[in-house]
Each structure stands twice: as C-alpha cells, then as structure tokens.
Design a protein around this ligand. Structure first.
Ligand SMILES: [Zn+2]
Ligand SMILES: [Zn+2]
Length: 234
C-alpha cells in the first residue's frame, strides 16, 4: 500500500498550513490563525477536491497560529481533530500564555507579553483523537507515522511520511534561517526531540514557519547549537 501523496503549502504571512493530498483524500496539517479557514477551504477546492475529502485535521501543537482554525475547519469539513494529549488543556481553554522565551530576544518578548498580560486566544475545542508516538495514519489513507517531539510544547507532534518527508511543526523553523523558535516550554526536551528527528534521517522537513529544508540542515544546526545550547540553556 504505497499511495502517492503530495504536500501543498497554503501560503500565509506567519504559520504554514499543509494539505497532504493522496487519492485517499486530504489531511490538513495545522490550521493557521482563527481567520484561516476560508483560505484553507479555497485551497482544497483549487486542488480539485471538496471539503468532504478531508479525512483528518492533524495538529502539530496547540498554539494560536497552528490551532486557531481547528474548530471552524472541523465544522466545515466534518473531519476529526487529532493531536497529543499534553496540549489538550490549551485546546479546551481556547487560550495559552506566552511560552518561555529562549535567548535574549525571546526573554524580552516573554517579559513584554507577560507584563501586558496578553493571552493568545482562539476558539476552544476538544480533540476527537489523541495520538501517541508510533501510531500510524493508515486508517486515514496516509502512510505516515506519528513522532512525539516535545519541547516547543509538551504535546508537539511530528509526522513521518513513508518517503522520508517529515512535517515537524515548530520543532525547528526556517523563518530567516533554520533554527529553534524563540519560545518553548522545555528547551532540553526540544533538543532531545531534534536528535530524535535527526536519527530518523529525514530527507525533507516541512515546518510551521518558512520554507522546507533538508535533513542536513538539521545536522548542521545541531552541530552548531546542540552541545553549547544545553550548557548555557539558550
Ligand atoms: Zn508554536
Ligand atoms: Zn508556530
């Protein structure tokens, strides 16, 4: 059962939404901010599909730029929302605090946001399916395996497709260059998760922010940052 699939990126200023399409239907990976549903549905139609072709809404993690339209897209497509249990609290609350900042810039943002008592808000939802490490998405028509990659959030998930492509949420991003995001719940875990990703020898990685990058970019990042960052907790 080796179905062909292809990954369509819905461009956005900030967070990527991916449509993984195959002859079995579509899996939406992340949902953008609260106002993204219309763009996602339009993209599905432009690919020649209908909204009822959506088999699953897969969330790499619950931050407002990834889970913001999850509830609306579930209403519009009828597809279930799948995610890891460790992020369910944020999903049910419909808000999350600023995660801990990494490095100087991250700390400054954290202090500024917390000082202003800003909260990240979106429509609350309860997931339909809780995913664990090692589960496959075969029943949703995709040869893909779930990889738990905690750190950015404790419930962060990646998806390993059978052709060496991985969708990794914010485990590593590519906004200006390949690196970790400025915020994370557990920095040491985030590095452990990168090593876990590297060990899977991905060919291509699609992240929550920026353009896709290669497995060797992960190697390079870990070589530069991996050991020193753990010592200084950057
Ligand atoms: Zn995030
Ligand atoms: Zn993000």
């Amino acid at each position: 059962m080796n179905r062909q699939h292809f990954i369509h990126t819905i461009p956005s200023l900030i967070a990527n939404v991916y449509l993984v399409a195959s002859d079995a239907g579509i899996i939406i990976v992340d949902t953008g901010f609260s106002n993204a549903a219309r763009n996602v549905l339009r993209a599905i139609e432009q690919l020649g599909h209908t909204r009822t072709d959506v088999r699953l809404i897969f969330l790499t993690h619950v931050h407002m730029d990834h889970a913001g339209s999850a509830a609306e897209l579930r209403r519009q497509t009828g597809a279930p929302i799948a995610m890891h249990r460790a992020d369910v609290g944020k999903a049910r609350a419909g808000k999350h605090n600023m995660p801990n900042g990494r490095g100087t810039a991250g700390k400054l943002f954290e202090y500024a946001f917390n000082g202003l008592r800003l909260q990240m808000r979106y429509e609350a939802f309860a997931p339909d399916i809780l995913l664990e490490e090692g589960q496959t998405l075969k029943e949703f028509g995709l040869n893909a395996r779930v990889v738990h990659t905690p750190g950015h959030t404790l419930g962060s998930l990646s998806l390993a497709l059978d052709d060496g492509v991985m969708l990794i949420g914010d485990a590593l991003i590519n906004q200006f260059r390949v690196g970790m995001p400025m915020y994370g719940e557990d920095n040491a875990l985030a590095y452990d998760s990168l090593r876990k990703l590297r060990a899977l020898r991905p060919r291509m990685l699609y992240s929550g922010h920026g353009k896709p990058f290669s497995g060797s970019d992960v190697e390079r990042y870990l070589e530069i940052k991996g050991s020193s960052a753990e010592r200084i907790g950057a």
